[in-house]
Design a protein around this ligand. Structure first.
Ligand code: COA
Length: 172
């Protein structure tokens, strides 16, 4: 997996030793509410599972899922990944630690990973889902040139609720 450097952060694979800062920055109710796979509270066992999951993924030759840690000062401050990498398309997903919100960090990270998907993986379509209430995520996608493609009604089950999703995509 590649390492992508920007002025403010580095995108690199998750590894052993990331557990503490991952837990510290991801353990947030809003992050859990707006995503599908992130629990709250986020425990050490969750961090260990995520890191092992990524170590296994990164050993695979054919990658259908790739996740980058967003790091600054050697701390994991967020995460961004491509999932369902099948054929010419993939789904992008991301989260950022609350103390780093509102500085354009995710706009920059999504731009870099989108370019990586198009240029390095040869993708033609990258798509994202966001809950209708998630204005910050829609703002990030709009900033990077993703277009709104529609509302998928009751697209996901979260807990015992069936929730609508907004679909955004960027094509090359
Ligand atoms: C979504 C998230 C990653 C945004 O990260 P960020 O680095 O703060 O985003 P940016 O600073 O790049 O902001 C992107 C745009 O959204 C806008 N925005 C940010 N927060 C907003 C809010 N609460 N309401 C409305 N707009 C908002 C910003 O103003 C910005 O637009 P601008 O460039 O025109 O000013 C972060 O809020 C987060 O981790 N949320 C919880 C997890 C999550 O929602 N993940 C995505 C699931 S689809």
């Amino acid at each position: 997996m590649a390492i992508i450097r920007s002025k403010r952060f580095i995108l690199r694979p998750f590894g052993k030793g990331d557990e503490k800062s991952l837990m510290k920055n991801i353990n947030n109710r809003t992050i859990a509410r707006n995503t599908l796979r992130i629990p709250f509270p986020y425990k050490l066992k969750d961090a260990r599972w995520w890191i092992n999951h990524n170590l296994k993924l990164n050993r695979k030759k054919k990658k259908t899922e790739m996740n980058f840690a967003i790091t600054a000062n050697r701390e994991v401050i967020g995460g961004i990944g491509l999932d369902r990498i099948y054929g010419h398309s993939a789904e992008i997903g991301y989260w950022l630690g609350k103390e780093h919100w509102g500085q354009g960090i995710m706009t920059e990270a999504v731009k870099l990973v989108t370019e990586y998907g198009f240029e390095r993986l040869g993708l033609k379509r990258i798509y994202a889902f966001a809950f209708p209430s998630n204005k910050a995520s829609a703002g990030v996608l709009k900033n990077v040139g993703y277009k709104y493609e529609g509302k998928l009604r009751k697209h996901v089950k979260k807990g015992n609720k069936f929730l609508d999703d907004l679909l955004f995509a960027k094509v090359k």
